[in-house]
Design a protein around this ligand. Structure first.
Ligand SMILES: Nc1ncnc2c1ncn2[C@@H]1O[C@H](COP(=O)(O)OP(=O)(O)OP(=O)(O)O)[C@@H](O)[C@H]1O
Length: 457
């Protein structure tokens, strides 16, 4: 399963020292290609799989009992997607993917931990030894610093572009994963626009925003009288997209009863309208996205593993802004130009000091949050204090009658919404359904608002 490296923003080791001769990952671009990572080997030294070994071809290895893993282990005590080993700038790291039996490194159970050569990882009954080999692997990076509307020059982003380019060159099903605001929707659109279906429809269905009783008809359409309110026959997204692409956003929220129905579409390329007895062929390409790690959802039994298998023909993880702070100057420039900012009046938003401040902010809503923040800075014609932004609007509710009414109103509304949502979620410990009842709003609407402001429940 090809993915690209993440966590690529430091030149220091986990212990804080400079990387020395055990350098696992090289920044920069040595002559003849992109950066290289140390090759590594995993060997089963205890358990039913003893003797099996696996050597890396890139910077990552997923391990589990599902055949889609890089290193599949046929053992019922190993979860379907048990863990992932990845080489980052700070060294090799293992991450538990919410497995049932956990990951034990050198005798200690861990959720996420650095490894050293010779580390022993226990997964259920299997014990694997991690070793560096003397060779290196070159990472596959794109030569381009943009893909559609997405921009970036970091290793993480150019690795991602290389996969997006591969996705657009072929008609494969693509699964895009990444935190909110990392550009999944834009990536999906760009894959469509760069591919052979570009002149055909691109139909988006947000599986998290449509009540489950309506989602089936939204996807597959319905016949007249199929349910109360079905006054006429209606085509669904798959029919509307004929010849083009269906983009299923927030696929992790697809209700369990619809998962086998989507699986069938992917297997047979046929759909059945709600209330109909006959199947009809559809010619579509499917792209799906989620802010979750769908492998952990499979482990937890919330997402069918066979559907994951069909969706993740090409799995692409969009890196978070924290993993690529070196892209900030380019992003700030790009966003300010797209907002029509006058370069002469926005010098304060391009200074190294300002960019350094941006590097230290958390950006839970990633590029969307950065964009919102810069937009607010433009309204104020100044670099807003990021700590104040985090804490709340403080003096920002002051009104400026010399600015257009619409801008002022939106600024105040945005400030209000963000503060309200934060307090509301805090009160309900992140439970969106309960929060929606208190707020007197539909859960779907609340989800939309949260996503718009880049706030995670
Ligand atoms: N690499 C990037 N370069 C430029 N703009 C970006 C980049 N990544 C995201 N953006 C911008 O950030 C905003 C959010 O992007 P998008 O809606 O595609 O994110 P998303 O991952 O689909 O978010 P969500 O999970 O909340 O739906 C958009 O305005 C998009 O253009």
């Amino acid at each position: 399963m090809p993915t690209v490296g993440q966590e690529m923003h430091s030149g220091e080791t986990a212990e804080g020292g400079k990387l020395q001769e055990t350098l696992p990952y090289e920044h920069g671009r040595p002559p003849g290609g992109g950066p290289v990572v140390r090759r590594f080997r995993l060997t089963v030294v205890e358990g039913p799989g003893v003797g099996s070994t696996w050597e890396s071809a890139s910077d990552v290895c997923s391990i589990g009992s599902h055949p889609l893993n890089d290193f599949p282990l046929d053992d019922s005590t190993v979860s379907r997607f048990h863990c992932e080993v990845r080489i980052g700038p700070r060294g090799p790291r293992v991450k538990d993917l919410d497995s049932t039996n956990g990951v034990i490194v050198d005798g200690v159970q861990v959720a996420d931990a650095y490894l050293r050569g010779g580390s022993l990882l226990r997964l259920g009954r299997e014990v694997l030894r991690f070793d560096f080999s003397s060779e290196t692997n070159r990472l596959q990076l794109s030569e381009n610093m943009r893909f559609g509307s997405l921009i970036g020059t970091s290793v993480a982003m150019r690795g991602c572009f290389a996969l997006l380019e591969r996705a657009s060159a072929r008609d494969v099903t693509v699964l895009l994963e990444g935190e909110t605001g990392t550009g999944k929707s834009q990536a999906a659109l760009a894959i469509h626009q760069a591919g052979s279906r570009r002149d055909k429809p691109f139909i988006v269905v947000d599986c998290g925003a449509i009540p489950s009783n309506l989602l089936e008809s939204e996807l597959f359409g319905h016949e007249k009288g199929a349910f109360t309110g079905a006054l006429g026959r209606r085509a669904g997204a798959f029919e509307e997209a004929h010849g083009g692409t269906v983009f299923l956003d927030e696929i992790g929220e697809l209700p369990p009863e619809l998962q086998p129905k989507l699986l069938r579409v992917l297997e047979t390329r046929e759909i059945r309208r709600v209330g109909s007895n006959t199947y009809q062929p559809v010619d579509i390409r499917l792209i799906a996205a989620t802010h979750r790690d769908l492998r952990a959802e499979v482990n937890a039994g919330r997402f069918r593993s066979d559907l994951f298998f069909r969706l993740a023909v090409l799995r692409i993880v969009q890196p978070s802004l924290r993993q690529r702070p070196e892209d900030l100057p380019l992003l700030v420039d790009g966003i300010l130009s797209s907002l029509g900012a006058d370069p002469e009046r926005t010098g304060a938003l391009r200074t190294p000091e300002f960019i350094a401040k941006l590097r230290h902010a958390a950006w839970p809503g990633n590029v969307r949050e950065l964009r919102n923040y810069l937009e607010r800075c433009l309204v104020f014609e100044d670099a807003l204090d990021l700590s104040q932004e985090e804490a709340g609007p403080s003096g920002s509710l002051e009104l400026d009658p010399s600015k257009p009414y619409a801008d002022q109103r939106r600024r105040v509304m945005d400030d209000f919404e963000r503060r309200y949502l934060r307090v509301l979620l805090e009160k309900h410990q992140g439970k969106v359904a309960q929060a929606a009842v208190t707020a007197g709003m539909d859960r779907v609407h609340l989800y939309r608002l949260l996503r718009r402001h880049g706030i995670k429940p």
